[in-house]
Design a protein around this ligand. Structure first.
Ligand code: SAH
Ligand code: SF4
Length: 391
């Protein structure tokens, strides 16, 4: 999509996003929807019927829900709605990656990216608009924090992704097989909404994903990680990025509050609380040239994680304008990988997908922010400040 045309469409979507006081059923968990129906004097199983319409069939209009009585359909039309967030832009990469800029209420934009790989398709989902944790190499962090996404806005990204493909409607298999909470925001700082959305991802009446195929990624909000096991049993990824506290204090500021030893202990306790004893933590390590990518640092990381139940995912830094960092050379990445592999770790290197549409970690958002600013100037010129005031 060309920049100016795309923004015009986005402006329109943002301007017309409905604000209502109806209950948005999209973000309600099975339990919450059952309560909703029993409060209406209806049977609990109405929740199951309606969940299937919403999540399995992508239906938003209560009139199409033919297994509900006409009077219930009419009542629902008066008090409830099924409203996913609006797509502001959609980009398709030549490699099959599809990226959305999603306009959420209030005029902000968040990202979701779908990455097909063989018979898998992983959807990367955002949990907040911006992020307060300010990791130095992350464009979301540079934006600051705007607000939490609602549960409907989080699960709505899955709904939108699936409903943007014809294959879903024609039953040709699953459009989304895995979800990673690795878009914008820190999921553990939006705990309740993230837990609700993940419960829908795993619920058979919604998206029915196995708990192993839904991954929460955190930079280390330890108090909330400590209580996560009470609420969720999804896979866990920890954004480590440094082999010692001195360096991690610099690039992941939350480390000054919750240092590495506490973080790793909390993640281990989360695993230990799961019945499946074979599970491991994914350690994410973004490689920044000249900062954390030396052979010495690889050895230090190997020593730190010795005997820790983990696999390691190396992410060569994805650059964005004015980042102040560089991506290491292929050789540097290989050397780092080799040290860890020789030490006996399972190590993967995240390949960059969707390069032609800037779909990698930390990239899309920078691009959208630039466009938003352009739109702000445009709007300011027209005397319409709706987006400026919302932020
Ligand atoms: N807030 C959570 C989840 C979102 S970020 C977290 O920090 O874990 C998902 C992953 O992408 C994190 O490991 C994050 O550190 C990494 N990341 C952020 N910006 C990046 C960039 N520009 N290049 C490579 N990885 C990046
Ligand atoms: Fe927030 Fe994660 Fe970016 Fe850090 S890396 S600023 S926690 S989104």
């Amino acid at each position: 999509m060309a920049g100016s045309d795309a923004m015009t469409a986005a402006d329109q979507l943002i301007a017309t996003s409905p604000v209502t006081d109806r209950v948005n059923l999209l973000g309600l968990t099975r339990q919450q929807l059952e309560t909703f129906f029993t409060d209406l004097g209806e049977k609990r199983f109405r929740a199951q019927q309606v969940m299937k319409w919403i999540h399995h069939r992508g239906v938003r209009d209560f009139e199409e829900m033919t297994d509900l009585s006409q009077s219930l359909r009419t009542r629902l039309g008066e008090i409830a709605e099924i409203t996913p967030p609006a797509i502001a832009e959609q980009h398709d990469s030549q490699d099959g990656t599809r990226k959305w800029a999603i306009a959420v209420e209030g005029g902000s934009l968040v990202e979701a990216v779908l990455i097909p790989e063989g018979d898998r398709a992983t959807l990367c989902v955002s949990s907040q608009v911006g992020c307060s944790l300010d990791c130095t190499f992350c464009s979301t962090g540079k934006q600051g924090f705007q607000r939490d996404l609602t549960a409907a806005e989080i699960i709505g990204q899955v709904w939108l992704a699936i409903n943007s493909y014809d294959a879903w409607q024609s039953g040709k298999g699953r459009v989304v097989t895995n979800v990673v909470m690795m878009g914008m925001g820190e999921p553990l700082l939006n705990f309740d909404n993230v837990v609700s959305a993940m419960s829908l991802m795993c619920d058979d009446l919604a998206y029915g994903l196995s708990k192993r195929k839904v991954t929460l990624s955190t930079s280390g909000v330890v108090p909330n990680l400590d209580r996560l096991a009470e609420w969720a049993d999804v896979s866990l990824a920890v954004s480590l990025h440094a082999p010692n506290d001195a360096l991690r204090d610099q690039i992941v500021p939350i480390n000054r509050k919750y240092p590495i030893a506490r973080l790793l202990a909390s993640a281990k306790a989360y695993l230990d609380a799961q019945p499946d004893k074979k599970r491991v933590v994914t350690i994410e390590y973004t490689l920044l040239a000249g900062v954390n990518d030396s052979v010495e640092q690889a050895k230090e990381l190997a020593a730190l994680l010795k005997d820790y139940p983990c696999k390691i995912n190396l992410i060569p830094f994805n650059d964005f304008p004015n980042s102040g960092y560089e991506r290491p050379s292929g050789n540097a990445v290989s050397r780092f990988w080799q040290v860890l592999t020789d030490a006996g770790f399972v190590v993967t290197v995240r390949t960059t997908r969707g390069d032609d549409i800037d779909a990698a970690c930390g990239q899309l958002v920078g691009e959208v922010v630039d466009r938003t600013r352009r739109a702000e100037r445009h709007r300011a010129g027209r005397g319409d400040h709706s987006l400026l005031e919302s932020g």
